[in-house]
Design a protein around this ligand. Structure first.
Ligand SMILES: [Zn+2]
Ligand SMILES: [Zn+2]
Length: 348
């Protein structure tokens, strides 16, 4: 397997972001990303800009809906109108174009200091057919953490990491409930805008692209190296997202070079997103090479519940039963690495 890293959920000058796609790609290249996915609000005018720039694969999708039910629509070619009241119609419109879609920042809390506390939540959980959920939205979580002026100052000027607690627990709980019966994919999004805030003589850039590209990013597992031609590379990225071959890592805590989480019986091996049929030789294997064990807090989640905890950086453990297994790791007491599940079943 080959791992590529990229950032998803980015706004450019095609909607309310401050950077051109050229500038955003430059920032991604500086941070060593392999791909970025631009998701401007209600436009596909940027589609002709797809392709490699500065060695970074730039893909373009759209964020659909206005007051609620924000939906990241990828791999579409025709604009889809907002329909806040009927998110199922939006999901189906994306699917009818062969697209992928992710429910964005579903459980925002809002801040009284930002847009009068306005939030853009996902309310309708009867929907079907979406590809996955953005369980961690960096900017949304930052904003949720700013509840007064003192916090705003402290976070903006001294410690922008302070409000960052890891993926949204409600979103992950929803993800765990859904993955009991069907496969969907969890991703992290930056919601990068590179906001330029002016208050009289004061000017502050909040979360420039380059900063966010060094925070939570998605690592995708590919069967082949990422292709050099755009069409093939695009198909590889969207295939991995669709199959759940994804983990996401907070690069402010550490890089995740060499990380792996598999299920194996010594004969067959399953990676993230795969289904594996349980037998009495089935075991989980995890490796975080180069990480000091005492700084790790590894939790293996089975069907959404913590099943096993360890501080070891390389280990394997025999499985007693089938279940949906995923990994959460904190490093130096910071949120660090989160995988999609491997689905261990009794039979297919
Ligand atoms: Zn949004
Ligand atoms: Zn957004």
């Amino acid at each position: 397997m080959y791992t590529v890293m990229g950032n998803i959920h980015i706004h450019s000058t095609y909607s309310d972001g401050a950077g051109t796609i050229e500038k955003i790609a430059q920032a991604a290249a500086k941070r060593g990303l392999d791909f970025i996915i631009i998701t401007d609000h209600h436009t596909l005018a940027h589609l002709p800009e797809e392709g490699y720039r500065h060695g970074v694969l730039v893909l373009c999708g759209s964020e659909i809906n206005v007051d609620k039910h924000h939906y990241l629509a990828l791999n579409i070619t025709e604009e889809i109108p907002a329909d806040d009241e009927n998110p199922q119609a939006v999901i189906e419109a994306v699917n009818s174009q062969g697209g992928l879609g992710f429910i964005a920042h579903p459980f925002e809390k809002g801040s009284p200091l930002v847009l009068n506390g306005i939030v853009f939540p996902w309310l309708d959980w009867q929907v079907q057919g979406f590809t996955g959920i953005e369980v961690w939205n960096w900017c949304s979580q930052f904003r949720d953490g700013v509840q007064n002026l003192w916090q705003a100052f402290y976070y903006a000027y001294i410690n922008p990491e302070a409000p960052i607690t890891g993926p949204c627990s409600e979103a992950f709980a929803r993800f765990d409930a859904i993955t009991q019966t069907q496969k969907i994919t969890a991703i992290a999004g930056s919601d990068a805008h590179d906001w330029h805030i002016r208050r009289g003589p004061l000017f502050r850039r909040i979360f420039p692209y380059e900063y966010l590209f060094g925070t939570a990013n998605n690592c995708l597992l590919l069967a082949e190296p990422l292709a050099q031609d755009t069409a093939t590379a695009k198909a590889q990225i969207y295939e991995a997202l669709k199959l759940g071959r994804v983990y996401f890592v907070n690069r402010l805590a550490a890089e995740a070079d060499g990380f792996s989480f598999t299920v194996t019986d010594g004969h067959n091996t399953a990676c993230l997103g795969d289904t594996f049929v349980f037998n009495d030789r089935t075991k989980l294997k995890l490796a975080c090479p180069g990480k000091e064990a005492h700084r790790l807090q590894v939790k293996i989640k089975r069907n959404g519940q913590t099943w096993y905890e360890t501080a070891a950086c390389e280990w394997e453990k025999k499985l007693e039963q089938a279940g949906t297994y995923r990994v959460e790791i904190r490093l130096n007491n910071k949120p660090w690495l989160y995988t999609n599940p491997i689905y261990v079943v009794d039979s297919i």
